[in-house]
Design a protein around this ligand. Sequence first.
Ligand code: AHR
Length: 331
Amino acid sequence: MPPMHDPRPGLPGQACAARVLPAGLFAILGLLAACGAEEPTAKRPVVGFSQIGAESAWRVAETASIVAEAEARGMELMLVDAQGRMEKQLEALRGFVAQRVDAVILAPQKEQGFEPVLKELKEAGIPVVLVDRGVQADPSLYATLIASDFVAEGRMAALWLAAATTGDVRIVELEGTTGSAPAIDRKQGFHAALAAHPRLRVVRSQPAQFALAEGKKQMEAILRSESEPFQAVYAHNDDMALGAIEALKAAGRAPGTDVLVVSIDATRPAFEAMVRGELSAAVECTPLLGPQALDAVQSLLRGERVEQRVVVADRLFEASQAAAELPNRRY
Ligand code: AHR
């Protein structure tokens, strides 16, 4: 149970709901009068949010959801964007300890490497809510993990591909950031499900950082070196799938027809690609985690217990459902 301490002496932060702090500037945060010179009127909880970056449309939507929810609840959010660099996330978290924030929301880039800083947060009495990705660390070092079941997402993609095809299917896999929970688990779920369908075979796996430009670049390289045609692409997220679709089209292949493309996230651009018939299916993984993350923070600040693991439910959408569902998409 974290102490309900006076957040950070000397911080003039009561007038702004959310401050976005480039990771490099975090160390001098205490010197900045970012929100004007007025004296604070009431004490509001201060929540540090360490975000990985903005590599995908999904992550941008997640950041917006958490910022909006903190604002709606009158909480002050210190958002530090690590610009895709794990060391900047660690630096931001140590900054939160120094600033004595009331709670931390952490979207960890990779599974490994967070345990020492999580210990420091625990020693400082700062509860940690993990969102969207898990870590390999003693579970007593964080209060809860609110995230999808990435293994199940990979499995759903594989089973859809098995049901949608006949004959031998050679698959190219575009992987997310190496060492991240979604890259590890989406691969594991997909490959495990394919074990029961030997006619479907992953012939190439290539990391592409969960990013559109990288997905395109990797697919261009794969197409250049292709010795035997492949019939499907499995991308660990939509952005990489959309990049791959651009590369396939430029190479004269017809995504959605010659090559089935299945991905994970189910963002609005993915739905638009499904409506165009270029993306064949997308497994939903919602980034709208703000309400659940801030609920957990508030429970913890009241001294209540929270579930150690909250699994966010996912489902798969096929291209045939896309036009009807598109108007409902919120990210
Ligand atoms: O951790 C969730 C994954 O990270 C999303 O699927 C992906 O788009 C993001 O960058």
